[in-house]
Design a binder for this molecule. Structure first.
Ligand SMILES: *Cc1c(COP(=O)(O)O)cnc(C)c1O
Length: 411
């Protein structure tokens, strides 16, 4: 049989596509989605909304196609979208960004992340992420030939307030080294739902400055925060704007995850470097979707829709979390995102993957083991061995059905 060569094996190893013995296997995401389809279980594994975003945004995309905006757009992004991103950063965060030199439109946050890591890190350099981490981080760090280091988010038990995932300060300090080139942060954080506090971000910022590292922030859930939690972009912290690249996208904010329009803002020399790589990955991104997202970012009615989405997501979070608790899971209630992490240990499951494989038969529901987002043998991997990620970005009737099914676990 013909074996693939090149960097594939490193990427495959980084994301668990290759077992320690070198044999190929499907990702846990593919395995769980197939399991959901085969068993008719409610799929709370994959995080995409089952209701589309605002109709006016769809109409704007249709109008753009009808008016002939169907050829290659400018490489940095269409001027109206770049202006809309700049306006958004100023309105929400007081950030001052130059639409001509400091914005790059990308094919989703995924491409922004990939182009950034490829542009700015390489062999002999370390890219530091939180752990657990979004799965594309490990893959793209491996593609770049850089070394992936991590700082764990740890579940801090209730002491007056609700338990939450927080940065472990000592572990974060220990994770930095003279080779740390990039700190790739994600807040609000997938999969834990943690929204990093100003204090936590201040510590990361100080350590990044001390080690002369750049900070890259994945803020795709910036507007999906609950209970008055505040999302703080690292670029707003003192002294950080000139060493931070801020990444976001339209997918999660506006419930158009299939459109793949993202963007990145930061100092012109860094944006130029990323753009040089992006140019040869995709060249340009989704011409007719760009004016539609410019509309989404600037329209007041769409802004109200996004606020309603966050409110409704908080209610759906509570619905699912209450159901998971009633079923016997220990739940860490998220302050943002689409996801909740639930611990299956109280139900007698030490291994989250084992629990996920049994859950369709036991309760007719599918989740994803949090170990899909950790590195084998790490502290976070150990601590989260029995944890499962569930999404609540589904219609309420779907979640009610899931909660009814989960109740079987308690009986
Ligand atoms: C969904 C997601 C992305 C990908 O965003 P796209 O715009 O769809 O590429 C990136 N980071 C995190 C943490 C996500 O959850």
């Amino acid at each position: 049989m013909t074996q693939p060569h090149g960097r594939w094996s490193e990427v495959a190893r980084a994301v668990g596509l290759l077992g320690p013995d070198g044999t190929a296997r499907p990702t846990i995401f593919a395995e769980m989605s197939a399991l959901a389809a085969r068993t008719g279980a409610v799929n709370l594994g994959q995080g995409f909304p089952d209701v589309d975003g605002p109709a006016s945004v769809v109409e704007a995309a249709v109008a753009a196609m009808r008016s002939g905006r169907n050829q290659y757009p400018p490489g940095a992004g269409t001027p109206e979208l770049r202006r809309a991103v700049v306006d958004h950063q100023r309105r929400h965060y007081g950030l001052d960004v130059d639409p001509d030199r400091e914005v790059l439109v990308t094919t989703g946050a995924t491409e922004a992340l990939a182009a950034t890591v490829l542009a700015l890190a390489g062999p002999g350099e370390e890219v530091l992420t939180l752990e657990p981490f979004y799965d594309s981080y490990a893959a793209v760090i491996a593609l770049a030939g850089a070394t992936h280091t991590t700082a764990p988010l740890v579940r801090v038990p209730a002491r007056g307030s609700a338990p939450a995932f927080r940065l472990d300060e000592a572990a974060l300090r220990a994770a930095f080294s003279p080779r740390t080139r990039l700190v790739l942060l994600n807040t609000p954080h997938n999969p834990t739902g943690a929204v990093l506090s100003r204090t936590e971000l201040g510590l990361v910022a100080r350590l990044a400055r001390e080690h002369d590292a750049l900070v890259v922030t994945d803020e795709v859930y910036e507007h999906l925060v609950f209970d008055g939690a505040e999302h703080v972009p690292v670029a707003t912290l003192p002294g950080m704007a000139d060493r931070t690249l801020t990444i976001s996208s339209a997918g999660k904010t506006f419930s158009f995850t299939g459109w793949k329009i993202g963007w990145l803002t930061g100092p012109a020399p860094l944006v130029d470097a990323v753009r040089a790589v992006k140019q040869f990955l995709t060249y340009v991104s989704g011409a007719p979707f760009q004016p539609a997202i410019a509309h989404a970012l600037t329209d007041d009615a769409v802004a109200a829709w996004v606020r309603d989405l966050a409110t409704s997501l908080a209610a759906r979070r509570d619905l699912l979390c209450d159901g998971l608790e009633a079923a016997g899971f220990t739940v860490t209630r998220p302050a943002g995102t689409y996801f909740v992490v639930a611990d299956g240990a109280p139900l007698g499951f030490e291994d989250g993957a084992d629990l996920c494989r049994r859950l369709p038969e036991l309760a007719g529901v599918v989740g994803v083991p949090v170990r899909a987002f950790t590195r084998p043998g790490s502290a976070a991997d150990d601590a989260l061995a029995s944890a499962v990620r569930f999404t609540f970005v589904k219609r309420e009737d779907v979640l009610h059905d899931a909660v009814d099914r989960l109740a079987r676990l308690a009986s």
